[in-house]
Ligand binder design. Structure first.
Ligand SMILES: Nc1ncnc2c1ncn2[C@@H]1O[C@H](COP(=O)(O)OP(=O)(O)O)[C@@H](O)[C@H]1O
Ligand SMILES: [Mg+2]
Length: 262
């Protein structure tokens, strides 16, 4: 672990919807934290395995988070090294789509499955970042139960406030029943464009009083898409791109929040 943080910080990246920047945020944030010297574990909780593929590590035969959550494997035997120093990955595979059924069959404390499965290794990392799937109630419940913080990436549009209200209800329940210490780090406005309507929706997101909102806004930027094919985080692909600048600013903002213990 890096010495300037007292303990490991677990962050879930989740939202009610697909295509809003969750995986893009998870893969870039985790790599930028790693490049700053923090030992970071990226946990891919989506059976579509985009975060795993991002770093070129998808292999359906590899054991990963699915086997770990089923208690069939020790996480230490599944965690993969990436090409980035300090960045490690607990991979996903297609079979992970069965996790909802596995969790449903548990008669006791299914919400704590992920937390218990990772307990032994969490102290080995400064940051553990969870890339959540768009659907799957139980897996998301597990991620929110296990984490210290949650980040909510969303696109400034007609759906955004509605989606946040849905997630607010879920977070209230998690805080009430399984994780009273869960903190909402912030709404992250993603794919921002300078149109009148986007600005109006972004203002509405910034001024609502349900959740805090990050100061950093992630602009729409095609470099973020290009970096996927190169299997590198955006700052290593083109550090002068808006995508790199925005995610670097977000990383700084997150480190500050964690250090201040907000
Ligand atoms: N700021 C952005 N600018 C342009 N494209 C983006 C941006 N963020 C994400 N994308 C693209 O949008 C698509 C969906 O993003 P992704 O992060 O996979 O969303 P999610 O994980 O929420 O489903 C991907 O093709 C991704 O490359
Ligand atoms: Mg995703």
């Amino acid at each position: 672990m890096n010495s300037d943080l007292m303990m490991s910080t677990k962050i879930a990246i989740t939202y009610e919807k697909g295509g809003c920047g969750k995986t893009t945020t998870a893969v870039n944030l985790s790599a930028m934290l790693a490049d700053k010297g923090y030992k970071t574990l990226l946990v891919d909780l989506d059976f579509q395995s985009y975060a795993t593929s991002y770093y070129g590590l998808f292999d359906d035969n590899n054991p990963g988070i699915y086997e770990v959550m089923k208690s069939e494997k020790n996480p230490k035997d599944c965690i993969l090294k990436t090409k980035i120093e300090n960045l490690f990955l607990l991979p996903s595979k297609h079979e992970l789509r069965n996790i909802e059924t596995v969790l449903m069959m548990k008669t006791k404390r299914q919400e704590y499955t992920l937390q218990m499965a990772l307990k032994e290794i969490e102290a080995d990392y400064d940051f553990i970042i969870f890339d959540c799937p768009p659907s799957g109630e139980r897996i998301k419940e597990n991620a929110l139960t296990c984490c210290d913080y949650v980040i909510l990436p969303c696109i400034p549009d007609d759906y955004a406030l509605h989606g946040l209200l849905c997630i607010a209800k879920e977070i209230v329940e998690i805080k009430q029943f399984t994780n009273p210490n869960l903190k909402i780090m912030g709404i992250l406005i993603c794919m921002m464009e300078q149109t009148k309507s986007k600005k109006a929706y972004a203002d509405a997101l910034k001024t609502q009083d349900i959740f805090p909102c990050f100061e950093t806004v992630i602009r729409k930027n095609t470099t973020l898409q290009e970096a996927i094919n190169a299997h590198v985080p955006v700052h290593r692909y083109d550090k002068r791109s808006n995508g790199a600048k925005d995610y670097m600013a977000l990383t700084e903002e997150i480190i500050k929040i964690v250090k201040e213990g907000k």
